[in-house]
Design a protein around this ligand. Structure first.
Ligand code: GRF
Length: 207
């Protein structure tokens, strides 16, 4: 059975969606949920779901990224996952970490990449006057929020949207997209999946 590790930093709603989907559809097994924040709500959710958890507090490493990653690597190597899903994991990973898991790390990012890499994606989409916003699942490479796109989901941006209302419309799409993409990737399907909340504007490949 394909083994999945999930890295989180916060609420873990994407992680919970991944756990639910794997359990329902049975294509993979969640073997570890790890967080760089010991207080992350998602750790309690994972525990309650019976999944092994680990907390590796990055603040204990005083900014030494390699030292933090050495512990993370040791934890992951003891579990040997086939894929590592970043789900709201708010640490930048070094090139040597990413290269140690070639094609095995996936990430979800709350924008229609390649637009709006980095933070504050919803505010940036609204400020730019974009008609649509959304989220992307991609393979992780050593460049931030880069790497081959495996799936995107879009939603319309409404004239009165705030970053919060837009985030609230996109998050449920993240919960649909990420598990669906993971199942495809586990089955060896690399062609991107496109979902749209706006039936009048279907997404096109390669946007
Ligand atoms: C999601 O919007 C994810 O795309 C972003 O941070 C949020 C995490 O939410 N990077 P959760 O922890 O999965 O609930």
């Amino acid at each position: 059975m394909t083994r999945i590790a999930i890295l989180i930093s916060g609420g873990g709603s994407n992680m919970a969606a991944l756990l639910r989907h794997m359990k329902t559809r049975g294509y993979a097994e969640p073997v570890l949920v790890a967080s760089n924040r010991p207080a992350a709500k998602g750790l309690a959710l994972a525990n309650a779901a019976g999944v092994e958890t680990a907390a590796i507090d990055h603040t204990a490493f005083n900014g030494d990224r390699e030292a933090f990653e050495a512990v993370l690597t040791k934890t992951l190597r003891s579990i040997e996952p086939d894929f590592i899903c970043l789900a709201g994991f708010m640490r930048v990973l070094t090139a040597s970490f990413v290269e140690a898991w070639p094609n095995q790390i996936l990430n979800i990012h709350p924008s229609l990449l390649p637009k709006y890499k980095g933070l504050n994606t919803h505010a940036r989409a609204i400020d730019a006057g974009d008609s649509h916003a959304g989220c992307t699942v991609h393979r992780v490479t050593s460049n931030l929020d880069d790497g081959p796109i495996l799936g995107q989901a879009q939603v319309p941006v409404n004239p009165d949207d705030t970053p919060q209302t837009l985030a609230a419309r996109i998050l449920p799409m993240e919960h649909q997209l990420y598990p669906a993409v993971l199942e495809r990737v586990v089955s060896g399907e690399n062609a991107p999946l496109f979902l749209s909340l706006d039936k009048n504007t279907p997404m096109k490949a390669g946007r």
